[in-house]
Design a protein around this ligand. Structure first.
Ligand code: NAD
Ligand code: UDP
Length: 342
């Protein structure tokens, strides 16, 4: 079976490609490198020990998508490609709406043109907006608090409309919680541009001495230690969720949302302590004000994915930290580093 992976050189896409190749799928990758590097292609090949076709293409260019479908027999699509930085989406909303929505519309219309109806889409727990209860389950009312989140919510709605229009569609909406960690080889990981916004990449850069200290955004939330609580999930567990979702969409039709999380919430202080143990480094931090727009607590009810996809996250917080640290040490400047394996 041949799978088109959009955004295949990105953080989650690259890990998923390795697992797809290892599971015996043929893959065709598409990425415009707006947030990833060409070096990733060889690393995926090196880890998986298999070859694949890569296209530097943009989902905003429909002709390029058509050409990929003309040249390759595609059975299903995993659609990772999108812009993902919440803060940036507030500053440049038009880019976010255009890239994420138009890109998805182009992709889906070409899929229809070629009679390909199997789709796994990267949604996000951000579609739960602000809730007054945890854990978050798939049937809660959805909302969004920023342009990035609205693109995910709009795309979920668009994909629901597609299924209503044509019941051949078979779609999994995967709502990721907080993906962290890296490939256990230390060869694939998250490579943010500039100063990281997310907690774990920030901590790894503090631990290695690139940044002086972590700012902990608030310690007065109604959580066990007052700091924000999230459901961190190892990127390799998350990737495995895509294989399971793919297996499901290729044998059924319909549209279903699934939470991909561990079901366990950890605070910022839990993360600092565990990372400190995993790396053997102290993580200097200071408590600052809350980050505007942050919610106090978010963690998944992952039982639907366990029941319907036979998927469950296995890796614990320590493993997430160990793997993030190995990636950071081996690749101090991300994919542009000279590699020094430890
Ligand atoms: P990423 O930025 O590492 O990967 C996305 C890839 O898509 C990049 O390689 C980028 O170059 C590519 N891309 C973007 N726009 C494109 C376009 N128009 N045409 C072709 N390629 C394009 O991000 P990621 O962390 O791997 O996330 C993958 C998906 O999962 C995204 O849709 C993101 O919104 C979603 N998601 C991520 C997180 C997270 O915390 N990482 C959480 C929830 C959901
Ligand atoms: N956080 C923090 N300092 C940082 C980055 C994040 O204290 O430099 C906190 C943030 O307030 C939240 C948690 O860490 O409680 C996870 O933040 P992240 O941005 O990684 O994920 P998101 O908030 O999007 O779920």
């Amino acid at each position: 079976m041949s799978i088109l992976v959009t955004g295949g050189t990105g953080y989650i896409g690259s890990h998923t490609c390795v697992q797809l190749l290892s599971a015996g799928f043929d893959i065709v990758l598409l990425d415009n490198f707006s947030n990833s590097k060409p070096e990733v292609i060889d690393r995926i090949k090196e880890i998986a020990g298999r070859d694949f076709t890569f296209y530097q293409a943009d989902l905003l260019n429909k002709k390029e998508i058509v050409s990929i479908f003309e040249k390759n027999k595609i059975d299903a699509v995993i659609h990772f490609a999108g812009l993902k930085a919440v803060g940036e989406s507030v500053s440049i909303p038009i880019n976010y709406y255009h890239n994420n929505i138009t890109g998805t519309l182009n992709l889906c219309s070409v899929m229809e043109q070629f009679g390909v109806y199997n789709l796994v889409f990267s949604s996000s727990a951000t579609v739960y907006g602000t809730q007054d209860q945890v854990p978050l389950h798939e049937d809660l009312p959805l909302s969004a608090t920023n342009p990035y989140g609205r693109t995910k919510l709009m795309i979920e709605n668009i994909l629901n409309d597609l299924y209503v229009s044509n019941t051949n569609w078979s779609i999994a909406l995967l709502r990721y919680f907080n993906p962290v960690g890296a490939h256990s080889s230390g060869r694939l990981g998250e490579d943010p541009n500039g100063i990281p916004n997310n907690l774990v990449p920030y901590i790894t850069q503090v631990a290695i001495g690139k940044l002086p200290e972590l700012k902990v955004y608030g310690n007065n939330y109604p959580t066990k230690d007052g700091t924000g609580v999230r459901d961190y999930i190892h990127v390799e567990d998350l990737s495995e969720g895509h294989i399971k979702a793919l297996e499901k969409v290729t044998i059924t039709s319909g549209i279903n949302a699934y939470n991909l999380g561990t079901g366990i919430g950890y605070s910022v202080l839990d993360m600092i302590n565990t990372f400190s143990k995993a790396s053997g480094r102290e993580i200097p931090y200071k408590i600052t004000n809350r980050r505007p727009g942050d919610i106090g607590e978010s963690f998944a009810d992952p039982s639907k994915a366990e029941k319907e996809l036979n998927w469950k996250a296995k890796k614990d917080l320590y493993e997430m930290c160990i793997d993030s640290w190995r990636w950071q040490v081996n690749n101090p400047n991300g994919y542009e580093s000279k590699v020094t394996v430890v």
